[in-house]
Design a protein around this ligand. Structure first.
Ligand code: F6R
Length: 242
């Protein structure tokens, strides 16, 4: 695992955007795995600025997001589909037919999970996966547990994750309690993985995911068995790294 420690969130976001842009230069038809949440927002902003300066081109890129809230339609203001369009896709030149998120309001969740997994496989798998990390070590919405889902599945969010995500909703009650998340193997099959973490509240999870031990109680710890992971943190998130 390569570890890069940046001074602060701004420099972390800049480096993250340069790494994503380099991937699209090396392989213009890259399949990118994308994350939502607070952490990648700066990276998306930088990529939009780079696109405006004609330094990066997304016309041939295909993207798959990690997850979507179960029960929310694509146009729901708090859906991850809306987040991605508002914070990234609407500002770059990716054709709408080339970005995918699980359909949160599906009537057949088993089939939706299967189809999402199939679509990723048909695209040739993920070349470059961007991940955030939960305070509890989750990646995607693969929450700490005795066992983890291999493939895309409907998952229960932990009270801690619901609490953390309630900042985007009017109240705790409004936060969906389940999500459709890609599985651990789907993530681990990505050719390259970039995990971003910013802030002191992530320091413990970052220390645990680099501990030298693998445990499903810290899903991100499994990344230690992947051969091409870049861990990009700011000083606060990296403060317990040895
Ligand atoms: C988001 C996702 C989650 C987040 C994680 C960190 O698509 O899958 O794993 O990356 O919860 O969220 P933030 O960045 O808001 O701290």
């Amino acid at each position: 695992m390569r570890i890069i420690i940046e001074k602060d969130y701004n420099s972390l976001s800049k480096t993250a955007s340069l790494l994503v842009a380099s991937q699209t230069v090396l392989k213009p038809d890259s399949v990118l795995g994308l994350a939502t949440g607070s952490t990648p927002l700066g990276m998306y902003n930088n990529l939009i600025e780079m696109y405006k300066r004609k330094e990066v081109d997304f016309s041939k890129v295909t993207t798959f997001n990690l997850d979507e809230y179960y029960g929310l339609s694509a146009n729901h203001p708090q859906s991850y589909n809306t987040y991605m369009r508002e914070n990234f896709f609407d500002h770059i030149n990716i054709p709408p037919s080339q970005f995918y998120l699980p359909k949160g309001d599906t009537e057949n969740v088993t089939s939706e999970c299967y189809k999402y997994e199939e679509k990723i496989a048909q695209a040739g798998g993920i070349d470059f996966q961007v991940l955030g990390i939960g305070e509890n070590g989750h990646i995607g919405f693969n929450e700490p547990d005795e066992s983890l889902n291999v493939q895309t599945n409907l998952v229960d969010l932990t009270p801690q994750t619901i609490q953390a995500n309630s900042r985007f909703f009017d109240s705790f009650e409004e936060v969906p309690k389940q999500a459709i998340s890609i599985g651990i193997a789907t993530i681990m099959k990505a050719k390259k993985i970039l995990l971003l973490a910013s802030g002191e509240n992530k320091a413990e999870a970052i220390a645990q995911m680099t501990s030298g031990y693998v445990t499903t109680k810290v899903p991100a710890s499994l990344l230690q068995t992947h051969q091409d992971v870049i861990l990009l943190v700011d000083e606060k998130a990296g403060k317990l790294l040895r």
